[in-house]
Design a protein around this ligand. Structure first.
Ligand code: SF4
Length: 86
């Protein structure tokens, strides 16, 4: 999916569309407890989102920062590594 069409989909159907976007982009180092606590709140919303799978695919392809499709940046890095070795 192209970046622009995904953002349009997110603005129509994403559970995050009416929330503060900063929740999905914690300003803390990802290894800290604070990052985990904020990301968990974002992920809880993602877990109820009807476009979570599409969002994850988008995040894997395009996003190095923030929570996308219920995953953190380090989780997506791990997923990409596994994808590239399979
Ligand atoms: S999965 Fe999460 S980040 Fe993606 S659109 Fe849904 S709520 Fe937003």
């Amino acid at each position: 999916m192209k970046q622009r069409s995904f953002i349009e989909l997110l603005s129509r159907e994403g559970r995050c569309r009416d929330r503060d976007p900063d929740l999905w982009f914690p300003e803390f180092d990802e290894r800290t407890k604070e990052y985990g606590q904020q990301a968990a709140k974002a992920i809880a919303v993602c877990n109820m989102c009807p476009i979570k799978e599409t969002c994850l695919a988008y995040g894997l392809e395009f996003e190095d920062y923030g929570v996308w499709g219920g995953t953190t940046p380090s989780q997506r890095r791990e997923m990409r590594k596994h994808e590239s070795t399979n």
